[in-house]
Design a protein around this ligand. Structure first.
Ligand SMILES: [Zn+2]
Length: 319
């Protein structure tokens, strides 16, 4: 236990408000910081993210009707961890989005805002860090707007990419069979580089491994001191959320696209055309609601504008 004087401030505050001790005592070591990196904005029809969005109704038949659209921020979390080094949670869509996605997908999910500071490399540098120093990447799910930024790491031999075992399988399967065209892309999923190295053998094979995909299949996985990963199937088979217990600011639950926008979470409205396995999604939501209650943590959806803006207003550097 790195806190002989008792729980750090942020975590103690949660326990005082009703959190269950054992769910929040895996705390990041003193000195841990994280940064929220904005890596661009998409825009899409609301029907993609909210079930029933833009549905026509009889009483308004004949009236002119503009389909509501949603602005969707893309973000990554860069964690400076005293024991583990630099950890990156998700990667955004990658710099060459319009070319990689092609004109049809880019018209549906338009990247409406992308300035020089939204480039992953620049966003990392703005925090005083270098992209070359990132040695571990955790991806919530391998859809193109979360894993596309892996193209920055294509020729890196020293970076571990962590995903749930089921996510790696379904991403490669989808690309290989065309089962879910458009959401997973071959561009950043390199079959030949699918290498799973057992821990005890890691040193021996490290030099011959071109790319280090790392997987786990636990429902709850202690990634390192202060960070726990939770399997939340539904939007994809192997989607995971990241729970990080920060010493000063407490618990954050980054849930990738388990929920795209706040209505999916706050009001329980299922995802729109991007939904996949609804019963699994519903069960994962219930587990996550319980986790929110037992940790008193803050839940951050994948692309909710208001939540995102409130988050970045909380602090420049999270401690
Ligand atoms: Zn997304």
């Amino acid at each position: 236990m790195s806190y002989p004087q008792g729980l750090p401030k942020g975590i103690q505050g949660q326990v005082d408000r009703g959190a269950i001790n054992s769910h929040v005592t895996n705390v990041c070591p003193e000195g841990t910081k994280f940064h929220v990196l904005c890596v661009g904005w998409l825009e899409a029809d609301e029907g993609f993210v909210i079930r029933g969005g833009n549905t026509s109704v009889k009483s308004k038949e004949g009236e002119s009707f503009a389909n509501r659209r949603r602005e969707l921020p893309m973000y990554c979390i860069l964690i400076e961890h005293p024991h583990e080094g630099l950890i990156l949670w998700e990667t955004g869509c990658g710099k060459d989005y319009p070319e990689v996605w092609g004109p049809v997908v880019s018209d549906i999910f338009s990247r409406v805002r992308y300035e020089p500071q939204h480039e992953l490399r620049a966003a990392v540098e703005a925090t005083g860090n270098k992209i070359e120093d990132i040695k571990k990447i955790i991806i919530g799910h391998l859809h193109l707007d979360h894993a596309g930024g892996l193209d920055e790491f294509m020729d890196r031999k020293d970076v571990e990419i962590w995903v749930h075992d089921l996510e790696l399988r379904s991403a490669f399967w989808s690309v290989a069979t065309g089962a879910d065209v458009g959401v997973y892309l071959e561009h950043y999923l390199k079959l030949g580089l699918y290498v799973k190295i057992p821990k005890y053998n890691r040193k021996k094979t490290a030099n011959t491994t071109p790319r280090n995909w790392k997987t786990f299949d636990e429902r709850t996985f202690d990634f390192c001191q202060g960070i726990t990963l939770h399997h939340l199937p539904g939007h994809t088979d192997g989607l995971i959320g990241m729970q990080i217990n920060m010493p000063v600011m407490g618990t954050y639950l980054f849930i990738s696209d388990h929920c795209h926008v706040i209505e999916n979470w706050r009001d329980g409205i299922p995802q729109g055309w991007l939904a996949r396995d609804h019963p699994a999604w519903f069960r994962s939501t219930q587990r996550l609601k319980q986790l929110e209650r037992t940790t008193r943590g803050q839940v951050i959806p994948g692309h909710d504008k208001e939540t995102f803006e409130n988050l970045v207003a909380q602090a420049k550097v999270f401690t």
